[in-house]
Design a protein around this ligand. Structure first.
Ligand SMILES: [Zn+2]
Length: 424
């Protein structure tokens, strides 16, 4: 007997959290949590005291990747009594503490508290190899495979007495810079599938570099400033990789201590890069570095950057403009038609980014959305990925998507047309 509850990101995109209970109600049952993320904007977060099981009875916490909407509540979970093991890939383990350190620095926690939690998270967490099967208590097994979403991202296959369940986590696009394409999935009985872009098709990657180049040229022709709100983890490194290809003739500032720290970790973990990135580095072109690129670490330098005259490109977090240094930049830039904002990532309902795109926040700056920069698979890729299973799953549950996206994807997955999995 197995019970799976979707405690977060059930009908929206942020706050991912799923609970697996074996033998629900029995003291011998095992409790596995998959992700424990923060929610943004209007998305809900279920209080821990409303979880179906007490937090101190959770045996394992699996983390599909280190984005805050998948890991952000881990410190609170520990404070609420969690004492189980945290399992993830080696790269996620390397990213976990830096990401949570930054998130906690925006909370009301004291430095001492932050250090205590960092040590505890480090103590409880374990990195695992991809593609190997490992055993948990009571004969449960798991295998992590590459999800191609950000460095370290994985999807998870669990086996419970022969019953196979896959959690997709966030699935990346094929041809994502730096990362190998998502692995094709094994067969399973139940698939818990993300559906962020279940109703969208992204333009091709070749097209998107060209689109970014043209949009930059057009936006910078008036010698203005282009702001790019970006997640520090994943999107910032992809943008640097693409800008390294474009080699813009204007200064590019990464105004994000976390983005810079994560870029250094990405640079250190070359073993997880794809062939193109490795070849580029071997040829002498470091994929995250180019002439005219400047890192802005100190707050006083950030303040100076607010007065800079264009042309320039400024990359800063947070990706949905909910906080961070991008908020200061936008205060200076929203009423200036010479300035442009490029949205390159998903903007959840109710976030300042989404309100600008939807025209609910009036601005004079140019607003541009580059959906091709999504770190999430589009409809066709999701369908291809499911159809790559040797046998179709008996049941698919769509999570991590708004209603329109889930509906459209459900329709496509229900269609009898089998498409070949395109890997590469
Ligand atoms: Zn993610």
């Amino acid at each position: 007997m197995l019970k799976i509850s979707h405690l977060g990101a059930k009908e929206c995109v942020t706050g991912s959290c799923h609970l697996v209970q074996t033998d629900p109600g029995s003291a011998a049952g095992i409790h596995i949590l998959v992700d424990c993320g923060s929610a943004y904007g209007d998305d809900p977060e279920l209080p821990f005291d409303q979880f179906p099981v007490p937090v101190d009875t959770i045996d394992y916490l699996f983390l599909t990747h280190a984005h805050i909407d998948h890991i952000g509540r881990v410190p609170d979970l520990i404070d609420a009594g969690f004492k189980g093991e945290i399992l993830c890939t080696h790269a996620t383990k390397a990213l976990l503490v830096p990401m949570l350190h930054d998130a906690m620095s925006f909370s009301s926690r004291s430095d001492k508290d932050v250090h205590r939690l960092e040590a505890r998270i480090d103590e409880l967490s374990w990195g695992f190899e991809l593609h190997e099967t490992f055993s948990l208590k009571q004969g449960i097994t798991f295998k992590l495979s590459n999800a191609g979403h950000i460095l370290g991202s994985c999807f998870i296959l669990f086996t419970f007495a022969g019953y196979r369940v896959i959690f997709s986590g966030d699935l990346g696009c094929t041809d994502t810079p730096i990362l190998p394409d998502p692995d094709p999935p094994d067969s399973c009985d139940l698939l818990i599938l993300e559906s962020t872009y279940g109703n969208r098709i992204h333009p091709s990657r070749k097209g998107r570099v060209e689109a970014l180049r043209k949009l930059l040229e057009k936006s910078l022709a008036d010698r203005g400033i282009v702001y790019i709100p970006a997640f520090s983890l994943g999107r910032t490194q992809e943008l640097l990789y693409e800008l390294d290809r474009i080699k813009p003739k204007v200064p590019v500032f990464v105004d994000s201590p976390l983005g810079l720290a994560i870029t250094r970790i990405y640079a250190d973990l070359e073993e997880f890069w794809d062939k193109e990135a490795k070849d580029l580095k071997a040829s002498g072109d470091h994929p995250f570095d180019f002439k005219g690129l400047y890192g802005v670490e100190r707050y006083r330098d950030h303040k100076k950057l607010l007065d800079i005259k264009g042309p320039a490109i400024i990359i800063a977090g947070s990706g949905m403009c909910t906080g961070g240094r991008i908020v200061d930049h936008l205060k200076c830039g929203l009423d200036d038609p010479a300035k442009d904002i490029f949205f390159v990532g998903y903007q959840a309902r109710g976030t300042p980014g989404r309100k600008m795109i939807d025209g609910k926040t009036p601005v004079k700056a140019g607003i541009h959305t580059l959906t091709a920069y999504s770190a999430h698979a589009d409809q066709q890729m999701l369908v291809n990925w499911v159809h790559a299973m040797p046998r179709p799953p008996k049941e698919i549950r769509l999570v991590h998507g708004e209603a329109d996206a889930r509906r459209a994807l459900a329709e496509m997955l229900g269609s009898p047309i089998k498409r070949p999995f395109v890997n590469g």
